[in-house]
Design a protein around this ligand. Sequence first.
Ligand code: UT7
Length: 349
Amino acid sequence: MPRSKIAGIGKYVPANVVTNNDLTQYMDTNDEWIQERTGIKERRYAHRTEETTTTMAAEAAKIAIERAGTTAQEIDFIVFATLSPDYYFPGCGVMLQRALKMKEVGALDVRNQCSGFLYALSVADQFIKTGMYKNILVVGAEKHSFGLDMTTRGRNISVIFGDGAGAVVLQPTEKTDQGILSTHLHSDGESAEILAMYNPGTHANHWGAQNYADFDDAPIANMFMSHAMIDNAQNFPFMDGQSVFKKAVVKFPEVIHEALTANGYQSTDINMLIPHQANLRISQFVQAKLKLTDDQVYNNIQHYGNTTAASVPIALCEAWEKGKIKEGDLVCLAAFGSGFTWASALLKW
Ligand code: UT7
């Protein structure tokens, strides 16, 4: 059975740099608090009308496709991970198929938030291994800036997130010392409401979402997205940051160990760990727990913030572009986030 390898990788971030100080014009926050708690100095925000999740994905994908030595016409499947799609439906997969003028190939949308790219990569990996497809485009992209509460009320979330996109092309390889060695996916829906955007949705508060006012007397047609929801600021994401943090620092090391153990490796064997860029403090905790050196872990949240599904491919691409990942290196990708969902992938570059 062939393995799949990352044949090409690309990233795209918007030109607009938004510093921590820039955010103080909208909300009561400051550079010191943001840097101390998250490590973030700046993030990118997409152009309001010229850039969408799909257009950013298309730019990253074009680079990945070219670096893979192929063309958009040769791509035979798309897996697209995002929590900030251009439309509620259809998903971004078909939008990307159109944007890149691709053949009428299958396009799958993945909704696993921070773990989205790793879930997407895992799905694509199975299709390559079975021989069903030969050139799969896997994308993670987000335009968070359009859906954040840019007031003091939303500051614990809004200062964290940024926009961008990353993409890889997966192809089969017959080489025994190259490619994706394994992927490991997990979920625990017990804490689904802890990091979530409740609306628009069909729940009508069935699950008792936090900070959610009941609309028992609202006409049913207005329950999906009503004026009242907007008036009550319920169209923004909710996060209990401390609960997420506590779970993340347990699950990141766990899922990385799972990947290493499954392949007979130890943490000292890792050449490069690319953790989902949730919070620099989380990455540093994971690094210390695994006893990794600074050279073994790549972080760029300082400059892009948390770009959710895009963070792993953006960081992987940047590390590779800087020459920090070389052929034969053991690379570990890991993510944790809303759901909760968490995942890892171990690969030989
Ligand atoms: O990728 C998705 C997964 N998400 C994560 O992994 C996030 C994990 N959690 C975190 O990164 C951290 O919990 C945060 C960075 C979100 C927050 O840090 P924290 O140390 O947990 O702060 P906190 O929420 O407990 O808030 C501490 C204080 C509060 O003030 P009081 O009540 O102590 O007076 C907040 O109101 O900091 C205040 N605060 C802020 N102050 C200035 C919250 N946000 C801000 C802000 N600027 N942006």
